[in-house]
Design a protein around this ligand. Structure first.
Ligand SMILES: Cc1cc2nc3c(=O)[nH]c(=O)nc-3n(C[C@H](O)[C@H](O)[C@H](O)COP(=O)(O)OP(=O)(O)OC[C@H]3O[C@@H](n4cnc5c(N)ncnc54)[C@H](O)[C@@H]3O)c2cc1C
Length: 465
């Protein structure tokens, strides 16, 4: 099919990726119709029930810029300069993410962000239908059935091309798998999460440092907190689903969702492991008992499109665990890559194939890095080896700014392909581990020898400043 001829597309899901893609394609003259399972968040309030706020980084900002909505989003974002590590003894340590305030991440409210994007999509000419859940698809006849969950009534539509931005549990993906036997597998983490809230203080201000992503690392589990612009924090507690033996206290198990069930049990857990956070969360027991735990997983899918008739992107194609704060950033990057592939190729099947070829290896790379980052966040950020490696990383970055670019910088502040960031990060990690082995500080490092290793193993990265 020649896409120039029709320029008509049906999008499933008006979440983060769906609404951003609707803007980008409408701006290019495509007739975009979007079907969303939930009600209109501008009328009913937001019914997401998960991850109230998100870390926005350069990849996501670039996509918002391309859609002309960056300023509107940034007006409500809160800057996070680094990780604020909360020790068990109440100590605090800020680990900056970058060199200065040009290298920071931003906390954005999912509902506000989604509403900003939806408004812009409609302004750009997209039509959004709410209360329409994709149910089944007849790809050969070009018919899809949508259900209104309020009255269970079916609504049938005709389509030329479906693009699925319907999230990790994508109904379109299920239909594509059924039709074309795609190879699909979700690996669930044996950890889940629950969200809690730190309200504003008595003076209406933030109760803890607002310009940081707070982490309480505790080995096999952890808490994090991100600021919201209404002076609250969203706290996320990540725990194993089942307890494993606690090596520090033989005969006991680490806490888990299996062992911490009641409000009283979660209070006891916080009193023991997160004592400085406990007084900040007045509704701890209620939050715990009313919010269901969220599952975390990585989706592996071997194909993302069915010729020119259907395509998946965002979480629907490559859901990942949230520990690099990149799921949305990656989904936004997908939207720009797809719009550009559609600019380049007149035939949709070719555009979809080019998009898949470009994005699949990169999605796989960030999925792998997100899994690795969980171990780093919960178990390594307060570890002396890790801190020494970070110190050496900063020193090498200063000495070789175009070759030795820290892992976090490549993923978060740059837009080089994730696969390149992964490959270079692995080399750098080996260099850092080898150079710090057996050392307590950087005194005695053979800098000229290290410079030779860096020059040999890390080619210049043009994008680095
Ligand atoms: C705890 C947690 C923390 C996270 N933190 C970050 C972070 O800090 N930074 C970051 O970049 N990412 C983060 N993420 C990842 C991020 O939330 C996702 O990657 C992002 O939401 C993906 O966008 P999407 O549009 O693909 O899917 P979604 O945002 O899930 O949107 C899917 C949309 O499709 C709709 N839908 C679903 N099924 C149907 C259907 N059958 N028919 C019609 N519509 C349907 C849904 O209602 C929804 O509106 C986090 C995720 C979690 C779970």
């Amino acid at each position: 099919m020649n896409s120039e001829q029709y320029r008509e597309l049906t999008l499933i899901g008006a979440g983060l990726a769906g609404s951003l893609l609707a803007i980008l394609l409408s701006q290019r003259g495509w007739k975009v119709t979007v079907y969303e399972r939930r009600g209109d968040p501008r009328i009913k309030g937001y019914e997401s029930g998960r991850s109230i706020n998100l870390a926005l980084a350069e990849r996501g900002r670039h996509a918002l810029r391309a859609a002309g909505v960056e300023d509107a989003v940034m007006a409500q974002a809160v800057m996070m300069r680094g990780r604020m590590i909360h020790g068990l003894d109440g100590s605090l340590q800020l680990q900056r993410y970058g060199r200065d305030d040009s290298e920071v991440i931003w906390s954005v409210h999912r509902a506000d962000l989604n509403i900003t994007l939806l408004r812009a999509a409609e302004r750009a000419g997209a039509t959004v239908h709410f209360h329409r859940r994709l149910h089944t698809v007849d790809f050969d006849a070009g018919y899809a059935r949508l259900i209104d969950d309020r009255d269970d009534q079916p609504h049938d539509i005709r389509f030329r091309t479906l693009v699925g931005a319907d999230g990790a549990g994508s109904a379109l993906r299920a239909e594509m798998v059924r039709k074309a036997d795609f190879d699909e597998y979700t690996e669930f983490l044996d950890h889940s999460y629950k969200e809690l809230t730190i309200p504003p203080g008595p003076d209406g201000g933030f109760r803890i440092e607002p310009h940081a992503l707070h982490i309480w690392p505790r080995g096999r589990y952890m808490c994090i907190a991100l600021p919201n612009d209404e002076r609250t924090f969203t706290v996320t507690l990540f725990l194993p689903n089942h307890g494993l033996p606690n090596h520090a206290a033989p005969g006991t198990d680490d806490p888990s969702f299996a062992s911490v069930r009641s409000g009283a049990e979660v209070r006891a857990l916080f009193a023991r492991d997160f004592p400085d956070a406990l007084p900040l969360i007045p509704d701890l027991e209620q939050d715990w008992e009313h919010h269901p735990p969220g599952l975390l997983g990585t989706l592996y899918l071997d194909r993302w499109h069915l010729d020119g008739r259907a395509l998946l992107l965002g979480d629907a194609a490559h859901a990942m665990v949230p520990f690099h704060g990149q799921g949305m950033n990656c989904a936004f990057e997908d939207c720009v890559a797809l719009a550009e592939a559609m600019d380049r190729h007149g035939v949709l099947e070719q555009a979809f194939a080019a998009f898949e070829a470009e994005r699949k290896p990169n999605a796989a790379a960030i999925q792998a890095m997100a899994l690795e980052n969980y171990i780093e966040m919960r178990d390594r950020v307060d570890d002396p080896d890790f801190l020494l490696q970070r110190e050496l990383e900063r020193a090498l970055q200063e000495r070789h700014p175009q070759r030795f670019v820290p892992h976090y910088t490549m993923v978060t502040f740059m837009r080089i392909p994730y696969a390149v960031a992964l490959e270079r990060s692995e080399i750098q990690r080996q260099i850092l581990v080898e150079a710090t082995r057996g050392r307590r500080d950087l005194a005695g490092i053979d800098w000229p020898a290290l410079a030779r290793v860096v020059e040999e193993r890390l080619p210049v990265l043009e994008e680095a400043r």
